[in-house]
Ligand binder design. Structure first.
Ligand code: FES
Length: 91
């Protein structure tokens, strides 16, 4: 018999790959847990990821279910969610 915690976990799709996530977790936490540290690049090519972790700096912007420029540090994972890092989009 599986534990309740094991049953509640699910995967989200990030740049076409499955990333494990848990209810109540932010997208940023799921990405970092999967070893994804770069969420976007600046126009000059500098890598950006989590910086403030509280919705202030906008370094963690990703596309969520087709909606651009969502803050990964402030957005909770949902079953069936599809996330694109802006690095994957070519930004
Ligand atoms: S890490 Fe600063 S807004 Fe998300």
């Amino acid at each position: 018999m599986q534990s309740e915690a094991a049953v509640s976990k699910f995967d989200i799709e990030v740049d076409g790959r499955l990333v494990p996530a848990e209810p109540g977790q932010t997208i940023a936490a799921a990405l970092i847990g999967a070893g994804i540290m770069v969420f976007r690049h600046t126009p000059a090519g500098a890598a950006r990821g989590i910086f403030c972790g509280m919705g202030v700096c906008f370094d963690c912007l990703v596309t969520v279910d087709g909606l651009a420029e969502q803050r990964a540090c402030m957005t909770l994972v949902q079953r069936g969610m599809r996330v694109q890092t802006r690095s994957a989009e070519g930004d």
